[in-house]
Design a protein around this ligand. Sequence first.
Ligand code: KE4
Length: 428
Amino acid sequence: MPAIHSHSERLSAEAEEHLPGGVNSPVRAFRAVGGHPIVIQSARGCEITDVDGNTYIDFVGSWGPMILGHAHPKVIAAVQEVAQHGLSFGATSPREIELAKAIKRFYPSMDLVRLVSSGTEACMSAVRVARGYAEKPGVIKFEGCYHGHSDCLLAKAGSGAMTLALPDSAGVPPSVTQHTYTLPYNDLEAVKALLAEKGGEIGVVVIEPVAGNMGLIPPQPGFLQGLRELCDQHKLVLVFDEVMVGFRLARNGAQGLYGITPDMTVLGKIVGGGMPLAAYGGKKALMEKVAPLGPVYQAGTLSGNPVAVTAGLTTLEQIDARPELYDHLEKLGQQLQTGLEEILQGRGRVQRVGSMWTLFFTDRPVVDYASAKTCDTERFARFFRGMLEAGFYLPPSQFEAAFLSAAHQPEHIEKFLEAARTVLGARL
Ligand code: KE4
């Protein structure tokens, strides 16, 4: 019996009268998978429920924040309690100090931390601080990596690696991306060649140490270490954008998992526990450049507000309280990957790090943006819609990562695999 979506359809149509594309973030519009978006009424644990009463096992988790599962009782209780004492003061409050200390316990590479309200704001600010410290305008980023929508980071590769990056959005003047260089992910030789050519004007390298915005692409052996060495050699500031992977892949994210220490780290998603909160930080010598200590300006009305800070702090406390969390997530990830690969029999490729994974509809390893683009996005769209009808909510794009949470259990993965066997078997 196909699910009823009439309320979602009606509300999606109404939303389009008031919000661009009916959404407050483009990927939610389901443009990459067709059909209308489902409108979510509520969520708990590993399940979400739409406005028609359909319940789905959720593999999006609000794009990463919900590592504990939705509506974790301790997080909800803590937010309800703190909200009674005021939502925002625009002044320091005790818990934002506690959250900064907690972040430093998870991330010893961060001497000083600044709390902000989104991953975009955190990435934009971190790159500004790094440029202010390096006193060189050039920034190297990698094609297919997404660091939020600040102008200088909305840049795609130019015609050749040596050329300046082109704006990746209307409204971004070429003058703003003229100091941004976009290179292929996992290509250390391209970094070396660019530094040999233009090293004198480049001060910053920013990267997703495990890429999640092309679908899930791990760093190839030696890539991150090589980047670290090149940054040391050329005195570049290495910025790890761990907005998606922070607290996700390990207690201290990718830098903990791979043992590479960046100069600055950007955090988001999990650190806010589902509320608008992100952070950036790093070595004291860098962070002392930030106003009011130094000349790099960055500010925010709601930065560190008590409610968002409480959601983040309680989430980190719950991670601390569950030392077995990452083993649980790894076991679930292995169960899912092994099961999917048995079903696919080579008709697709599962790439995974811990509880982040992507099913790529291609027959070759996906190591960078160019190989990710070989995927059959139409097949992905059919798979997405078939799984949605079967009660499983996947990211509505081939070029996104899916997420597992502490609330997922082996039986949820088993049900997912049973449905995937049927959907993939249907001449997909
Ligand atoms: P926000 O501004 O969306 O909080 O964070 C931007 C950001 C920065 N860095 C990385 C590595 C990110 O993945 C993100 C945001 N991720 C997307 C998912 N691909 C958020 C979902 C959306 O854009 O709606």
